[in-house]
Design a protein around this ligand. Sequence first.
Ligand code: SAM
Length: 264
Amino acid sequence: MRRFSESYLRRTRRGMWADSRAALADFDLDGRTRILDVGCGTGEFTRVLAEESDARVVGVDADLELLSVADEHPDIEAVAGDATGLPFADGSFDLVVCQALLVNLPDPAAAISEFARVSSDLVATVEPDNAAVGVDSTVESEVSLEKRVREAFLHGVSTDVALGDRVPAFFDSAGLDIVGTRRYHHQKLTEPPYDEDDVRSAAQKATGEGLDRHERDLRRGLDESYESVRRQWRQMGREVVRQMKSEEYRRAEVVPFDVTTGQV
Ligand SMILES: C[S@@+](CC[C@H](N)C(=O)[O-])C[C@H]1O[C@@H](n2cnc3c(N)ncnc32)[C@H](O)[C@@H]1O
């Protein structure tokens, strides 16, 4: 199972759903009584569901460390479990949802079938289209290097991290009728004043640590040597750190998320 850190989820989810929640309209959150968020991690999305509804909100994850963070929230019930074998009876929830889970699973269709089993009404997914991410930065080499590394990652990674408009096919196979498909653009800005996560992320670029986490997938996907890319990456990271010290550094990233809702 692909692992994530608490700080990674905090940094990458920062501001998500804060600007607009219109893409969640098909969830009918006002009308829900029991919601399940599968692969909830630290509960970044589960908290949005709890804020927008009066439902009983349950978060499930296979990573107990992340789950313990979600469990700290008074309106979230955290349960350990696997997305392809959920520890709930048939029809236990009237909305079963996940955010950024399917792209990490070897068999996303099996998870959707399981969601359909434990839902009595709606099933929904919010999945990033990692092939359509856009980056801009005051460090010029960051834009081209991130593009090369992202393309290599997409090529080398063992799961499909850019499901995009193929998600509805999984819904069809699970016998779910599509209620709606929408797109949400998550914009992330790094600018002064930088917070702790920005500083950590820059340091991880400079040391190569961030890249090393994906070394195996990158080695499979790159058509040049990993060592050479890593050297250029670290040089770019040192420039990011330098610009941060003089408060010149700015970075903007847009990640499109496809929101698919279906009915049992
Ligand atoms: C990218 S994170 C997304 C977390 C959260 N949904 C969010 O958007 O912030 C993917 C999450 O799925 C969990 N996960 C991966 N495979 C899983 C599985 N088979 N069953 C349950 N959780 C799983 C990971 O532990 C991680 O918390």
